[in-house]
Design a protein around this ligand. Structure first.
Ligand code: MRU
Length: 343
């Protein structure tokens, strides 16, 4: 199961806005259409946009100058352009910075060779993302016992990564191990990544699941229907504060009140140690139309109504029981333990 393919220098992606009704694969031929695919959430999920952006650079290399000084200037402009698509998920910046680093480290080589090195690095990022997902899924699955009920939010599976996923990867792993998890899936307003994408993935993998409205989560917790919560992350600071899909923070507060373990699952590429606290993270604000309409089809309020549409929120680390990574599970105190893990 994949959502991005790069073969013979051609880039293809599964258009996630068409799911679950249709599985539509599209070809991405220009950096501009790649930027738009990310912006419009056709390609989404923190790790996946990193991989996809790296490949957007690869398909653009032919258009860059053969003269080295101009090549480097244009390359930097291309990185900055793709970085302007979405501000919150650090994986996008991380992947492009890896390509920038490789190009600068090989500055003495010919432009042709530097381009080859960039493509190799993009493929490495892709391959490593697949490996990372299976590593963190293995660690995370140790936290799940037989027949537990798990709540999740947004989409963190093979659509959001190039491997089996992060939080959803953990659940798939537990299923593979015969633990028989039941998953409650928040629909995840306004763009319904839970209903459209997570419910679709769980059905494909034959995991027992129920879709719920976002506002049902509290009632389920109050009635002891949830044993654990697993979700992903878009950026984690040095203190462990975590940006993730809007609605994550309220789940974390509810989980604390109801004494339900709340786990964040993310690869090391989602950590941003340049930022200390959650409030330092740039939160994407999207078009109010996404709130006022259901998937661009039905207006659900008076046309003149104003809406706010923050795409992410911040969960302070004190609400997080542990962070599952590809290098192991990190428990509080986060500052010390994240530093130790990443060094
Ligand atoms: O706006 P989206 O759909 O890109 O948001 C995605 C999320 O918030 C995911 O939880 C996060 O990227 C983790 S992906 C493994």
């Amino acid at each position: 199961m994949h959502s991005v393919k790069f073969t013979n220098n051609k880039l293809f992606y599964l258009d996630q806005t068409k799911l679950p009704k249709k599985e539509v694969w599209r070809s991405c031929r220009t950096i501009k259409s790649g930027w738009k695919a990310i912006k419009d959430l056709k390609v989404r999920g923190a790790p996946l946009i990193g991989v996809f952006a790296a490949y957007c650079i690869c398909i653009h290399l032919d258009k860059l100058s053969k003269t080295k000084s101009i090549f480097f200037k244009q390359l930097k402009q291309s990185f900055d352009y793709l970085k302007s698509s979405r501000p919150t998920a650090v994986n996008l910046f991380w992947a492009l910075d890896r390509l920038a680093k490789v190009s600068l480290e090989n500055e003495q080589k010919t432009v042709k060779q530097i381009k080859k090195d960039i493509v190799k690095e993009a493929k490495d990022i892709h391959r490593q993302d697949i490996e990372t997902c299976s590593q963190l899924s293995n660690y995370g699955a140790t936290l799940i016992k037989n027949n537990e009920s798990i709540l999740t939010h947004c989409n963190t599976g093979f659509l959001a990564t190039s491997g089996q996923g992060t939080a959803l990867g953990v659940i798939f792993q537990a299923k593979k191990q015969g633990k028989n998890p039941t998953v409650y899936v928040d629909e995840t307003r306004p763009l319904l990544q839970g209903a459209r994408l997570t419910a679709w993935e769980l059905k494909k993998k034959k995991v027992n699941s129920f879709l719920i409205t976002d506002s049902s989560a509290a009632y389920l917790m109050q009635n002891k229907m949830i044993d654990k919560i697993f979700l992903g992350a878009d950026r984690i600071t040095a203190l462990g504060d975590t940006a993730n899909k809007i609605g994550t923070y309220s789940l974390a507060v509810l989980a604390k009140y109801h004494k339900i373990p709340f786990y964040v699952v993310a690869p090391l590429s989602t950590f941003d140690l340049n930022l200390k606290k959650g409030k330092d993270i740039a939160i994407e604000q999207r078009d109010q139309k996404e709130v006022k309409e259901i998937l661009g089809q039905t207006l659900i309020c008076p046309r003149e109504t104003k809406a706010v549409n923050f795409a992410f929120d911040i969960t302070p680390s004190k609400f997080i029981k542990a962070i599952v990574t590809d290098r192991g599970i990190v428990y509080p105190p986060y500052k010390k333990n994240i530093e130790k893990l990443i060094k």
